[in-house]
Structures are given as C-alpha cells and as structure tokens.
Design a protein around this ligand. Structure first.
Ligand code: PLP
Length: 218
C-alpha cells in the first residue's frame, strides 16, 4: 500500500466524524514526507525537536507542525518560531517557557495538556488534579502567547482492547467535565487520542484528533 492510498483510506474514516489527522512522520526521511505533502495533507507530527527542526527547514512552509513527544523546556526556543501545536504540555513550567519563547516571535502557540492515562511508568503526563491546577490558576491566564485548546493522552500499549477503551473513556469523561472552563487563553476543543493501533477505539470514545504514523507509512 502506498502513502497516498493509506492516507485516503484513513481520511475516509476520519472525515465523516470531523476528526483531524496528524500524520506522524518521525523516523521517515524527507523524501517520504514530500510524498505525503503531495497528497495535499498539511498537518505533520514529530516527537523529537532534533528531528523536527531539519525537516521543517527542508520542507514547504505551509505545513502545520505538531510536536507530539516529550518536550524539555530548554528546547522550546528551537521550535517557537514555527510550531503550530504542542500536544505534550506536562507542567506549568513548560507552558510558561512556551509562552516566553512564542512572545519573542509575536506568535500564539496552541497547546494541549498531556494527561497520564496509561498504566506504564515510561509515559509522561499530568493527573487530573495537576491539570485542573493549571487550568484554574491566575498565572495561566496571564500567558498571552499560548492557547490551551485541548488534551492529549496515550493509552497503554497492550492487546487488551477493554483496557485501552477504559483509559480513553476516562479521559473523555474528564475532558467533558472541564470543557466549560473558558478564559482568554483556554478553550478546550480538541481531544487528541488514538494512534495506528488504537485510533478506531479512540474515535468511538470521542477523540477528534488522532496521531497516526505506521498505518500511513507502513
Ligand atoms: C509515534 C507516535 C504516534 C504514532 O504512532 P503509530 O503507531 O506509528 O501510529 C502517536 N503519538 C505519539 C506521541 C507518538 O510518539
């Protein structure tokens, strides 16, 4: 299967549900990203700053880049001039740094809070109390160069479909419970959950942004 036919098949599943596709391009060479670009798709996701920056530089500038992997505060400065959305905000300190760097470029960067929903030590993310603290804090309201517009979560990497479904369901419930929080820089529109192995379950559980790599590139 080609990139073109894979993306057409996946978009046919997502479009009727109004779900946004982030095509995850990590570990694929620029030549394959060019093939993806030629299909007309414009939302690309990478998980490491070191890999993202050279790809940004090599490719057309109308691509909207999403950073989906863990982000260290000291690396924000390398992406602040171009990044569209960061899915992996897992501390107030990181949010503050994104705001500071975005301000230098007179931009507003879309941010998703990454929630810890899996039963895996290796994954990052906030618990519900930590997320609420960020959403309700007066210091968050003063950050004019970020917009908190969603939540992201990664389910446990397991064949246990019921467990994955429960993790997504819990995140959806939390998302629904905080949706009414609206300030100058908070409007919770997006729920980013689901990757190649579990996006169909995520869609059933209310995801409206999926991050898909291997099902596109093979
Ligand atoms: C790699 C990655 C994906 C995509 O994974 P696939 O299994 O290739 O679809 C999604 N989200 C994050 C955070 C990733 O690092």
């Amino acid at each position: 299967m080609s990139i073109k036919s894979n993306i057409a098949r996946i978009k046919a599943e997502l479009d009727p549900q109004g779900c946004i596709l982030v095509a995850v391009t990590k570990m694929h060479p620029v030549s394959e990203l060019e093939q993806l670009y030629e299909t007309g798709h414009r939302i690309f996701g990478e998980n490491r700053v070191q890999e993202l920056v050279p790809k940004y530089e090599a490719l057309p500038k109308d691509i909207r880049w999403h950073l989906i992997g863990h982000l260290q505060s000291n690396k924000v400065k390398y992406i602040a001039h171009f990044i569209d959305t960061i899915h992996s905000i897992d501390s107030f300190k990181l949010l503050e740094e994104v705001n500071k760097q975005a301000q230098k470029h007179n931009r507003v960067i879309s941010c998703f809070l990454q929630m810890y929903i899996a039963k895996e030590e290796t994954k990052f993310g906030l618990d519900e109390a930590e997320a609420l603290e960020i959403l309700k804090s007066a210091s968050t309201e003063s950050l004019q160069n970020v917009k908190i517009c969603g939540l992201m979560g990664m389910a446990t990497n397991t064949d246990n479909v019921q467990q994955v479904r429960t993790e997504f369901k819990n995140l959806r419930t939390f998302f629904d419970s905080i949706k009414s929080i609206k300030t100058k820089n908070i409007e919770l529109t997006y729920l980013s959950m689901g990757m190649s192995s579990d996006y169909k379950i995520a869609l059933e559980e209310g995801s409206n942004v999926v991050r898909i790599g291997s099902a596109i590139f093979g």
